[in-house]
Design a protein around this ligand. Structure first.
Ligand SMILES: [Zn+2]
Length: 613
C-alpha cells in the first residue's frame, strides 16, 4: 500500500488504515467487555445495574462475531422486538470507545431519529459507565469536537448518520459500520443512490471491517434485512426441551393456548409433545445454541423472534394476546405488526385483490341515510378534467364504515361552476338514524391535478376542514404526513401515502363479517357494478423499477379507479381529523350533529379543534 502523496488527505487515510491493520486484536470480546464495564441506567432499562450477557444468552454469539477476534466482516440480525437488538449495538459502541478504538459509523433512518438516539441512549450509556465517561468529552454547546452526531475519543471517532442524508454517510473511511433498522431506510437519497451502499463503501479499505446490519423486518417486497439474512449462513437459536432434551426452535407453531384464555399460553415440544410452561424459558435459553442452516457462508446471519424474549420482557401471553386482538378485528395492520415485531418476519401484500361481485351482492338497505353506528362523516373528492367525483363515508368505532353517498359533478374543472356545485354539496347535511342532521366533518380533495384550483378552493374553507391532499408512493409509512406549515400558496397541504392507504382499503374490503373494519354499502343507483369495479380496479404487483424489485399498485389499462381514489381520500380526511371514536360514542351524539339550539349539550371538544357540538 503506497500512499498517494499528490492527495494528502487520501494518503492520510491510507496511513490510518495501514496502522490499524498492524494492531494486535484486543483480548476481551464485546460480551466480555459488556459484562465487565457496561452499566444499565434506570431510564434506559427496566433492569438497571451491571449488564449481564447471561440475561440475554442468545446475544453472546452475535457479539462474539462482531468482536475483532472473529474473522466475520458482515453480521446480520433480523429479529422481532425485545431481543436486545439495540443493546448489542450499544455494547459495540461502548467497546469501540473504551477498549478497541476505531473509526465507526452508526446510522438510523433519519438524522432526527439518530439525534434522539444520541441523546437518549448513547449519552446515557456514556454517562452511566465510568470507563466510557473518561474517554468522551462532554458535549458542550460550542464544542466542535463532540456533538450529538460526532463523538471523538482517543484513537477513534463515532459518527452518527441518518439514512436520509447522503452527506452524513460519506464522511470518511470507517472500520466499523452499524446500520440500525435498515428496513426503514429510504432506497435513494439526494440522488446519490442507496444509503446502505453509500455507507458500506466507506469500509472498503479495512480488511478487519465489521458491518452490522440489524432490523425488524417490514414489507417483504422492499425489505433489506430479509435478503441480507438469506445471503448469510442463517443461524437459528435452538433450545432443549426440559422434558426430553430435544433441541428445537421456538416458533409460533410451537405455541398453544385455549382460545380466549391467553394465560394458558405454553410451548409444546415437537419431539415428546409435552407442554412446556414459559417459566422454563430461562433455563432453556441458557442451554440454547445457534445452529447455521447454511454453514460456511461468509456472511454471518442470525434470526430471533420475540418468543425468545427473556422472562420479564415480552411473554408468550403477550404474543397470544396480540394474535387474538388481530383475530377479533381482522385488521391487516395488526397482522403486519404481529409478523414484523413478534415473529420477526416480513409481511407481504402482493397479489391481493378483492372480488367486486361479492361486494355488490352484499349491499344493504339502510334504516336511514346515515345508519346508527356512524359517529362521523368524511368526504373524498377526486379531480378529473371534466368532472369531480366524490364520496361521503360514515365511520364508526374501530373504523367500521358505511358508504353514504357517491356523486359525480360534471363541469370543466378549470372553470368555476363545478366548484360552486362542490361547495354546495359539501355543505349538505344527512339525516342520522337517531333523528338529527349530520354535517360532513372533514374533506380531502386530491390536489395532484389542477393543484392551483384545489388550493384556491380549500384556502377560504379551511375552517370547514376542507383540505388539499396530495398522494405519494411508499410502503411502511403512516397513512398521512402532516405539514409543519402552510405551503407557499398558503394552504395546509397534507401528503397521503397512497400505497399504505390502498393496502388498508383492500384489507378492509376483504373482511366478510360486519364489525371492526367492515365496509357497508347501500342499495342505491350510484353503488352499481361500475362503482364496485372501480373500487377494486387496482392490483398490487411486483415490478422492476430501476433494476430493483418494488411493490406497486397497478391499474389495468382501460379501467377506472375513481371510486378507489375517493375512498382513499375519505380515509385521508378521517386521518387528518383523527377523531376519538370512544369519546364521541360515549356522548351519544355523532360528531358534526346539527341540533336545534336548545337541544345542544354543553360538553364540547371531541376533536382538537372543536367546531359545532
Ligand atoms: Zn420434549
Amino acid at each position: 500500500m503506497v500512499p498517494n502523496l499528490k492527495n494528502p488527505k487520501r494518503a492520510n487515510e491510507l496511513v490510518t488504515v495501514f496502522i490499524q491493520a498492524l494492531r494486535p486484536p484486543p483480548r476481551l470480546t464485546i460480551d466480555e467487555w459488556a459484562d465487565r464495564y457496561r452499566i444499565l441506567t434506570p431510564e434506559a432499562s427496566s433492569e438497571p445495574g451491571p449488564w449481564r450477557t447471561s440475561r440475554f444468552p442468545f446475544t453472546r454469539e452475535i457479539m462474539r462475531e462482531l468482536s475483532p477476534q472473529s474473522p466475520a466482516t458482515e453480521v446480520v440480525l433480523m429479529g422481532g422486538s425485545q431481543v436486545a437488538k439495540s443493546e448489542i449495538a450499544l455494547n459495540l459502541q461502548g467497546y469501540t470507545i473504551h477498549y478497541s478504538p476505531a473509526p465507526m459509523l452508526y446510522a438510523q433512518k433519519t438524522i432526527d431519529a439518530v439525534k434522539r438516539y444520541s441523546k437518549q441512549r448513547l449519552a446515557k450509556m456514556i454517562e452511566a459507565c465510568p470507563a466510557l465517561r473518561r474517554k468522551v468529552k462532554r458535549a458542550k454547546s460550542r464544542d466542535s469536537e463532540n456533538t450529538q452526531l460526532v463523538k471523538n475519543f482517543p484513537g477513534g471517532i463515532l459518527i452518527l448518520g441518518g439514512a436520509n442524508s447522503a452527506a452524513s454517510l460519506r464522511s470518511m473511511p470507517m472500520e466499523r459500520l452499524m446500520l440500525d433498522e435498515i428496513d426503514s431506510f429510504e432506497t435513494d437519497i439526494d440522488e446519490e443512490g442507496d444509503p446502505v451502499e453509500l455507507a458500506v463503501r466507506r469500509t472498503a479499505n479495512f480488511s478487519r471491517r465489521k458491518i452490522y446490519k440489524v432490523s425488524t423486518p417490514a414489507v417483504k417486497e422492499t425489505s433489506r434485512i430479509e435478503p441480507a439474512f438469506e445471503s448469510g449462513d442463517q443461524r437459528y437459536y435452538l433450545v432443549p426441551c426440559p422434558h426430553c432434551g430435544f433441541f428445537q426452535k421456538v416458533t409460533w407453531q410451537h405455541i398453544k393456548w385455549e382460545r380466549g384464555q391467553q394465560g394458558t399460553a405454553r410451548m409444546v415440544c415437537e419431539a415428546c409433545k409435552a407442554d412446556i410452561p414459559e417459566r422454563f424459558k430461562t433455563q432453556m435459553l441458557e442451554a440454547g445454541k445457534w445452529v447455521a442452516t447454511h454453514p460456511g457462508r461468509k456472511i454471518v446471519s442470525f434470526h430471533l423472534n420475540a418468543l425468545y424474549s427473556p422472562l420479564g420482557f415480552f411473554s408468550w401471553v403477550d404474543a397470544v394476546s396480540l394474535w387474538e386482538k388481530y383475530l377479533q378485528r381482522r385488521d391487516a395492520s395488526l397482522l403486519k405488526v404481529f409478523l414484523n415485531t413478534v415473529l420477526g418476519e416480513t409481511w407481504s401484500a402482493a397479489g391481493k385483490t378483492v372480488d367486486y361481485t361479492g361486494l355488490e351482492a352484499r349491499r344493504e338497505t339502510y334504516a336511514a341515510p346515515v345508519p346508527e353506528g356512524v359517529l362521523i362523516l368524511t368526504a373524498g373528492v377526486d379531480v378529473q378534467d371534466d368532472r369531480l367525483e366524490m364520496e361521503v363515508v360514515g365511520w364508526g368505532e374501530h373504523e367500521q364504515s358505511w358508504s353514504i353517498d357517491y356523486a359525480v359533478l360534471w363541469g370543466d374543472t378549470e372553470g368555476t361552476e363545478v366548484w360552486a356545485d362542490l361547495d354546495e354539496y359539501l355543505a349538505m347535511t344527512y339525516k342520522h338514524e337517531k333523528g338529527y342532521a349530520l354535517r360532513i366533518a372533514g374533506t380531502a380533495i386530491d390536489s395532484g391535478f389542477r393543484a392551483r384550483k384545489v388550493y384556491n378552493f380549500c384556502a377560504p374553507r379551511e375552517f370547514r376542514r376542507i383540505f388539499p391532499v396530495k398522494g405519494q408512493d411508499g410502503f411502511g409509512k403512516a397513512l398521512i404526513d402532516r405539514p409543519l406549515r402552510r405551503n407557499k400558496e398558503g394552504v395546509w397541504l397534507f401528503m397521503a401515502n397512497v400505497d399504505e392507504i390502498k393496502a388498508k382499503i383492500y384489507s378492509q374490503l376483504s373482511i366478510v363479517e360486519p364489525g371492526p373494519g367492515y365496509c357497508h354499502f347501500p342499495k342505491g343507483i350510484m353503488y352499481d357494478q361500475r362503482y364496485f369495479q372501480g373500487l377494486t380496479s387496482e392490483k398490487l404487483v411486483d415490478k422492476l423499477v430501476n433494476g430493483k424489485k418494488r411493490l406497486v399498485w397497478e391499474l389495468p389499462s382501460g379501467k377506472r379507479n375513481e371510486p378507489l381514489d375517493c375512498r382513499g381520500l375519505s380515509i385521508s380526511a378521517l386521518n387528518i381529523l383523527n377523531p376519538r371514536f370512544e369519546a364521541i360514542k360515549n356522548r351519544g351524539l355523532a360528531y358534526g350533529a346539527v341540533m336545534p339550539r336548545e337541544a345542544r349539550p354543553k360538553k364540547r371538544g371531541v376533536l382538537s379543534k372543536g367546531v359545532e357540538v
